[in-house]
Structure formats: C-alpha cells, structure tokens
Design a protein around this ligand. Structure first.
Ligand SMILES: [Zn+2]
Length: 323
C-alpha cells in the first residue's frame, strides 16, 4: 500500500499495517485488501446494530462523525433490507477498470467508483460539482485508497463528538495511527459502550512527538454539512515549540509549566503553551503577582522561535529548576 499526499489515506495505511500485524504499509499486498475489508465490515456491522449506550456503541460514536450517512451510521441502518457488512464489502471492493481514464485522486491508479463526503470524510458533497475538475460528482477513488480511508477511524482519536487527527513526519503519523489503532481494537474487542472519560488525545500527540521533537498539525473536526472553516479547528505546533517543551520538561520545569498553563484560557495540555511565541502569553505572565520564575521559560520559548535547535533552547533556559 503506497503512501499518498492525502493525510487520511496515510493514517489509514498505517492503521491497516497495525490491523494486519505488518511492519509497514509497504508490506500490504493486493490480497490483503479483502482481509481488511472483511475486518472493517465486521466491526461496522457490530457498531451499526449496537443499541444506544449499549455494548459496542463506542465504535458507532467513532464512525458517526466521519461517515454520517454511510451504511453503518445511517439513521435507517437497523431497518435496512441488506446487512451492513455486505454493503461495506461491496463498496470497498468494487473492482476498478484497469483501462479507466480517471486516476484515483489520492494515488493516481486507475479508479472506477466516485466517492463524495459520505464515504470520504470532508470531500465535496455529491451535489457540489463546481469544484470538480471533470464536472462530475465526487472524486474517483481506487480500491486501495477506499480500503485505506475506511481504516482511518482506527487511526484517529475521538473526543467529545469530534475526530482528531495529526499531520507530521512519517514517524509521528505512524506512531499516532498505530497507538490509536491498538486502542480502537481494544474498544471493539471489549465492546466498549463509550470512550473512557478523561482520555485526552493531546497526551497521545505529545507521546508521539516527544521522541523526535517534530512539529505537528492537529485538526479536530466533524464531517457534517457546515463549511470546512467552521467545522474544523486546527492547531500548529512547530519543531521550535516542541524543542522548547522537551528541554523545559527535561530540566524539571514541569511544575512551573503546569502553573503557566493555568494562566492561558483553554489550555488543556502543556503543548498548547508551545504553539506559538505570542504576546498574549507575555502579557499574562507580566500581570502575574510574581512573574520572575516564569520569565526564563518565556525567554527560552522566544529563543526557540528564533533558532529552533535544541542547543539554542538549552542555552536560553537555566539548567536547573529555580527554587
Ligand atoms: Zn488510490
């Protein structure tokens, strides 16, 4: 399975590798697509037939914000004449005509079916043809990418009705997708009725970027009918911000950072402090009763944004925790 320009396809490909127990997407061959489609369909069937709040409902909560009008989530799913799993396998495995003149929008292979937002999250709705290059509804998607994007639910996090995904280096995206896939499989296997309270996806983000100090783009969204601008929230953490947070934590500044987080509205995780070198944070620190201990931290953050190397941050941050 190739990795393409589309983040949903890449995250799905890493999830597929985890689902099959492979070392990476390059180890996934064409016969594996049927195996993956079977797993996806079986889990979709379980979720679609779950009772609200009952066993297996967590997986429906995960699928609903991504594929709201698809067979496993459609309001009429329980009364539908055909089984959910049959229909899922059918649209995932529909053959592509090798002579098709329409290349898959993600990978470029010949593709036959065209998918819109009900099957590919956040793609254009079927009725929107103005933005379509060939003035036809939806986008052509090959079998490989259809299966990959339906592996996406395993690779992402669910928080308060929203989906959270990350875009970063290959290593970070793979670690994020695999970690979430292991959790998803646990939820499915044990029939979770809900996602555990207090599971903060930003902890997982930090766990996967900390080893490399990479930057990351985090997106939170629901695949509903609002315009993309209003249904998606994004946060950008640069490598400079990561470097600053890593060095500060290594040097024992954790408790000070925790206090600093409290002066910032909606700061649910320390990595929000590192998102940008902003004047607002300076102003809030300046207004604190004793800003002294925090100033070296903020200076080091500024230094990081001027020179995002670990050594620049280390030089700017006193090597021991201030008393
Ligand atoms: Zn493709």
């Amino acid at each position: 399975m190739d990795l393409t320009w589309h983040a949903f396809q890449r995250l799905g490909a890493y999830a597929a590798a985890e689902l099959l127990g492979r070392s990476g997407p390059s180890e996934i061959a064409e016969p594996d697509l049927g195996t993956l489609a079977g797993m996806i369909a079986e889990h979709a069937q379980m979720a679609g037939m779950a009772e609200k709040g009952g066993r297996g409902w967590a997986w429906l909560l995960q699928l609903a914000p991504m594929f709201p009008q698809a067979p496993p989530t459609h309001p009429s799913r329980v009364k539908a004449l055909r089984r959910i799993d049959e229909r899922v396998v059918e649209f995932l495995m529909e053959p592509d005509d090798p002579g098709s003149a329409t290349p898959c929008w993600a990978c470029g292979r010949p593709a036959t079916p065209r998918w819109s937002k009900s099957l590919w999250p956040l793609a254009e709705p079927a009725r929107e043809i103005n933005n379509s290059r060939d003035r036809l509804p939806g986008v052509p998607v090959c079998r490989w990418c259809r299966v990959a994007v339906w592996c996406l639910p395993y690779a992402v996090a669910f928080s308060r009705g929203r989906i959270i995904h990350v875009e970063s280096t290959d290593e970070v995206e793979e670690a994020w997708a695999r970690s979430n896939t292991r959790l998803s499989l646990e939820a499915i296997r044990d029939g979770w009725a809900d996602w555990a309270e207090g599971t903060d996806p930003f902890h997982t983000v930090w766990d996967v970027i900390r080893p490399s100090g990479s930057g990351v783009l985090i997106s939170s969204w629901v695949n509903d009918n609002r315009p993309v601008k209003t249904r998606m929230t994004r946060w950008q953490l640069s490598a400079a911000g990561s470097a600053w947070l890593i060095v500060a934590l290594e040097r024992g500044y954790g408790p000070l950072l925790e206090q600093l987080a409290r002066v910032r509205p909606r700061c649910t995780h320390l990595l929000f402090l590192a998102m940008q070198d902003d004047e607002e944070l300076w102003d809030r620190v300046g207004a604190m009763p004793s800003p002294g201990p925090y100033l070296p931290l903020i200076s080091a953050l500024r230094a990081a944004y001027q020179d995002p190397s670990m050594s620049a941050v280390e030089a700017a941050l006193p090597p021991r925790l201030l008393s």
